[in-house]
Design a protein around this ligand. Structure first.
Ligand code: ADP
Length: 252
């Protein structure tokens, strides 16, 4: 069970800034970004292209250092990738020479989870993401949506406290995307994971999140943090849904 930080947040982003020194001078990709995520919460980070979402994601994941500030997970500073975070990228990053089962089991190799428990867990996750019957298939036989389900199962295999997702449904068609959104919500409810989900799609954020961190650019910073007080499942044709959507579109 994940422990909470003293202020109640499982994840804390404290005064994170990032500058890139390039040929055209210095780019302030992030300016003093500050927020927390509570245990079990589903938080979306939304903003236009260039507002620093990818940069923030990489800093959160421990893949890139911040110029200033820090990221804390359960009170510990994140300085490199940690098994307490399961990461899902837009590109699936599956191993083409491994089956679905082997891909899902990948992160468990370096753990001390016993073999029979590993097999149980992998079977359960393959079922959970709706890929039973495909456990022995190779990625090339799968559609984009199915590949992303494998990537999600793989991220969940190490039983991380936090699921960190970067535009995970950006590469699939609209219909598949909607299906995956619904499935992710079901899995989130079933597992009680904390989810931090990056997207440029305002509708997706309103559909999914308990809370939306709205970012703007030049420099990349938080415009507003919005609680989404709507029952799930949510429908975009709902008046209140439309009001959240419009309010966020006006901000960015
Ligand atoms: P987003 O994911 O929201 O589109 P990014 O984090 O990719 O935003 O980029 C934020 C800003 O930082 C942009 O102005 C981008 O050009 C700049 N940037 C991102 N990565 C680098 C880099 N490696 N070197 C220089 N500038 C960068």
């Amino acid at each position: 069970m994940a422990m909470s930080h003293a202020d109640g947040s499982m994840v804390r982003i404290e005064g994170v800034s990032k500058q890139y020194d390039g040929e055209q001078g210095t780019v302030q990709a992030l300016d003093d970004v500050d927020f927390g995520v509570d245990t079990g919460e589903f938080v979306c980070i939304v903003g236009p292209s260039g507002c620093g979402k990818t940069t923030l994601f990489r800093i959160l994941a421990g893949l890139e250092p911040a110029t200033a500030g820090e990221v804390l997970l359960d009170g510990s500073r994140v300085t490199e990738p940690t098994p307490n975070m399961g990461i899902v990228f837009q590109e699936y990053h599956l191993f083409p020479w491994q089956t679905v089962r082997e891909n899902v089991a990948f992160g468990l190799k370096k753990t001390d989870v016993p073999t029979d428990e590993r097999e149980r867990r992998v079977d359960h996750l393959v079922d959970l993401v709706g890929l039973d019957g495909f456990a022995d298939s190779y990625p090339k036989a799968l559609s984009g949506g199915m590949k992303q389900r494998v990537a999600l199962a793989r991220a969940l295999a190490i039983d991380p406290a936090l699921l960190l997702m970067d535009e995970p449904f950006g590469a699939v068609d609209a219909q598949t995307r909607e299906m995956l959104q619904g499935e992710l919500l079901e899995i989130w409810e079933e597992t009680g994971k904390t989810v931090l989900f990056v997207t440029h799609d305002v509708e997706e954020a309103v559909k999914l999140a308990d809370r939306i961190i709205v970012m703007g650019k030049n420099p990349g910073s938080i415009r507003q943090i919005i609680d989404v007080d709507l029952d799930r499942p949510r429908s975009r044709t709902d008046t209140a849904f439309g009001q959240y959507y419009e309010r966020i579109r006006e901000l960015i």
